[in-house]
Design a protein around this ligand. Sequence first.
Ligand SMILES: *[C@@H]1O[C@H](CO)[C@@H](O)[C@H](O)[C@H]1NC(C)=O
Ligand SMILES: *[C@@H]1O[C@H](CO)[C@@H](O)[C@H](O)[C@H]1NC(C)=O
Ligand SMILES: *[C@@H]1O[C@H](CO)[C@@H](O)[C@H](O)[C@H]1NC(C)=O
Ligand SMILES: *[C@@H]1O[C@H](CO)[C@@H](O)[C@H](O)[C@H]1NC(C)=O
Ligand SMILES: *[C@@H]1O[C@H](CO)[C@@H](O)[C@H](O)[C@H]1NC(C)=O
Ligand SMILES: *[C@@H]1O[C@H](CO)[C@@H](O)[C@H](O)[C@H]1NC(C)=O
Ligand SMILES: *[C@@H]1O[C@H](CO)[C@@H](O)[C@H](O)[C@H]1NC(C)=O
Length: 208
Amino acid sequence: MPDSGGGGCGRCCCNFIFTLGLTALFMWLSLRTSSPDCLLSKFYLPLNQTSNSSNLTPLEFELRLKNTNKDKGVYYDPINVTFYTPYRSHVIGNFTITKFYQGHKKSARKNGNISIIDRDVVSQAAPANGSTALFRVDLVTSVRYKILMFKTKRHKIRVGANVEVNGTITKVNHKDIKLKSNADKIRSYCGQMGFFFANLLVLGLLIF
Ligand SMILES: *[C@@H]1O[C@H](CO)[C@@H](O)[C@H](O)[C@H]1NC(C)=O
Ligand SMILES: *[C@@H]1O[C@H](CO)[C@@H](O)[C@H](O)[C@H]1NC(C)=O
Ligand SMILES: *[C@@H]1O[C@H](CO)[C@@H](O)[C@H](O)[C@H]1NC(C)=O
Ligand SMILES: *[C@@H]1O[C@H](CO)[C@@H](O)[C@H](O)[C@H]1NC(C)=O
Ligand SMILES: *[C@@H]1O[C@H](CO)[C@@H](O)[C@H](O)[C@H]1NC(C)=O
Ligand SMILES: *[C@@H]1O[C@H](CO)[C@@H](O)[C@H](O)[C@H]1NC(C)=O
Ligand SMILES: *[C@@H]1O[C@H](CO)[C@@H](O)[C@H](O)[C@H]1NC(C)=O
């Protein structure tokens, strides 16, 4: 066959591009990170105390932070947690959880007590007898992922949730509430598109 030499070269070139595509796919898969899950497991602010005592019970809360990555650690920067009355009309108080490191697939419980609270604001927003209201919790921090020996750049995490509370100002639902980001949808969409194009590349090379 007169064309065999050229075909061989073409196949070699094709193999090279195919390997490149596979490497790119592999790199993308192993460098891909998913942001930690943040859940509110406790939110309690007893309002039925007499306001003149000096040892008022603080706002108590507990968060659960879960590293969802199978093989990457997470370095959390200090985590700012802010509580609001419904519709974010007033800040009730804030708290900063100190920075920490979390290994892969680990889950951590972090609690905090906020003693400087504007109780008048909370009392006004407190739901009436038997009914409930939606208070708000927002969380802001940055994380870096540990991939093998390396640390990635900082990724901003900005999530929040509405918390249904009753007159005591206790979280009504016993289940943990997942804090969500508006950007989550966009990010996972981008991730899917990235995966889609990587697949398309490999598929195209296979056919070629
Ligand atoms: C506030 O309410 C809790 C539970 O409903 C109760 O245990 C506590 O004694 C109350 N405190 C006051 C000062 O009424
Ligand atoms: C509130 O404060 C007043 C004056 O300081 C004191 O007499 C009273 O016992 C206090 N009430 C309570 C429930 O601690
Ligand atoms: C937290 O609240 C304090 C006042 O209580 C305020 O000075 C500070 O700026 C707040 N921090 C954040 C991150 O909102
Ligand atoms: C908050 O208060 C609770 C109950 O008093 C305590 O168990 C917990 O350790 C406190 N958390 C912090 C961060 O101080
Ligand atoms: C709250 O509910 C209790 C019983 O459920 C009732 O006795 C009380 O009068 C109610 N208080 C108000 C202010 O509606
Ligand atoms: C958290 O709050 C502190 C103090 O207000 C601020 O310096 C820091 O930038 C905040 N962190 C984030 C991630 O917003
Ligand atoms: C508020 O909800 C908590 C948890 O569901 C419950 O223990 C508490 O009795 C409720 N308080 C009121 C005033 O309904």
